[in-house]
Design a protein around this ligand. Structure first.
Ligand code: NAP
Ligand code: GFB
Length: 310
């Protein structure tokens, strides 16, 4: 069976690539160098060439809080176009199972916690990433429409914040873990203060990319429900940005030089996700603890800083 993985050169795609030898499929790992998925014709040609049975659709314009605030149009248009093309062509070419990727940050900002899969369209997303959030919510509507009108097996998974090797470590566009990893590396190298943006009080859950990759393969092989599925450690894993920054600083032996710059936005205070639906399906899945994952990520960054996305 052919499994086409879009967005495969990125954080999540690289993790799926790493574990792919453990699975008996013909994986086709593609990125923008194989086709610009914002272009319908290029997308059609790519899918026609590989005739995938299954598609794990990861490709997206992705970024942390500051990229979302500063590049709203790109986040909206690029993701709307990529997702429209991939979903429509998956139908046209009769893909047997399409797995699309949402994010826990696209849920309503005014929510009761923990958030669960039924709450996706229950209110406006946080203003900081509204463009990205609406583009992602539309892919859920698109998949659901094909499911209901044509019976297509198109589903969405909803990861929480992800970190791990092959992330984007750009100081302005990246998510908090890779951005602070890069920033702490530079602070120590230049003997300067390690500046953490915002107050440090917001709360986040994180999933290590290699854990998520295993869950994607589990979803491909075992998940038969029609509804979306949150892929996240439990509520108890929630940490403050300050705690996360401290773990990153410890991995560089630099926690004594950490300070906060509150002239920067905090973004959403929390987006606590409920993983009950997942855990009821996949008993005793072991998530990597941040105290283990952060040092692994730091080691990978230090060993790959010359070649990774900075
Ligand atoms: P990433 O590291 O930025 O990788 C994005 C991938 O998409 C890259 O392979 C990139 O290819 C590809 N891509 C971007 N624009 C493209 C285009 N126009 N045509 C073809 N390919 C294109 O992203 P990620 O963090 O792995 O995210 C994967 C998925 O998880 C996304 O759908 C994202 O929304 C979702 N997600 C991420 C997080 C997180 O914290 N990172 C959290 C929740 C959900 P090139 O390298 O060639 O540009
Ligand atoms: O991962 P992040 O950028 O995005 O985390 P979100 C933002 C939080 O980390 C804010 C603090 O509280 C920031 O103040 N922070 C501290 C930093 N230092 C830094 C830094 O150097 N860079 C960054 N980026 N943050 C995103 C959504 O929300 O969640 C995206 O905007 C995406 O759409 C992602 O879905 C998963 O977790 O706030």
């Amino acid at each position: 069976m052919n499994v086409l993985v879009t967005g495969s050169s990125g954080l999540v795609g690289s993790a799926i690539n790493k574990i792919s030898p453990n699975y008996n499929y013909n994986f086709i790992f593609v990125s923008s160098k194989d086709a610009d998925l914002t272009d319908y014709t290029q997308t059609y040609e790519l899918f026609k060439k590989h005739s995938p049975d299954y598609v794990i659709h990861l490709a997206a314009c992705v970024g942390g809080l500051f990229k979302n605030m500063n590049q709203r149009v790109d986040m909206l248009e690029t993701n709307l176009m990529i997702n429209f093309n991939v979903v429509k062509i998956s139908h046209v070419l009769k893909v047997k199972k399409l797995i699309c990727c949402l994010s826990t940050c696209i849920f309503p900002d005014e929510a009761t916690y923990p958030i669960n899969e039924t709450m996706l369209h229950g209110g406006s997303p946080h203003h900081s990433n509204a463009a990205y959030a609406h583009a992602k919510r539309m892919v859920e509507v698109h998949c659901k429409s094909y499911r209901e009108q044509y019976g297509d097996n198109f589903i969405c998974v909803i990861p929480t914040n992800i970190y791990g090797p092959h992330d984007n470590y750009n100081l302005e566009d990246a998510h908090v873990v890779p951005a602070l990893t890069h920033r702490c590396y530079l602070a120590k190298k230049e003997n300067k203060q390690f500046v953490v943006r915002g107050s440090g009080s917001p709360l986040r859950q994180f999933i290590y990319s290699e854990d998520l990759a295993k869950l994607f393969m589990w979803v491909l092989e075992n998940y038969t429900d029609k509804g979306s599925l949150i892929l996240s450690p439990g509520e108890e894993s929630e940490m403050s940005i300050k705690e996360i920054a401290t773990e990153i600083a410890k991995s560089f032996d630099y926690e004594h030089r950490m300070e906060f710059d509150t002239t920067y936005e905090d973004g959403q205070f929390k987006k606590t996700a409920d993983n009950t639906k997942l855990m009821n399906l996949i008993e005793n899945f072991k998530f990597t603890d941040m105290k283990e994952g952060i040092p692994k990520n730091t080691e990978w960054f230090i060993n790959n800083i010359e070649s990774c996305r900075t």
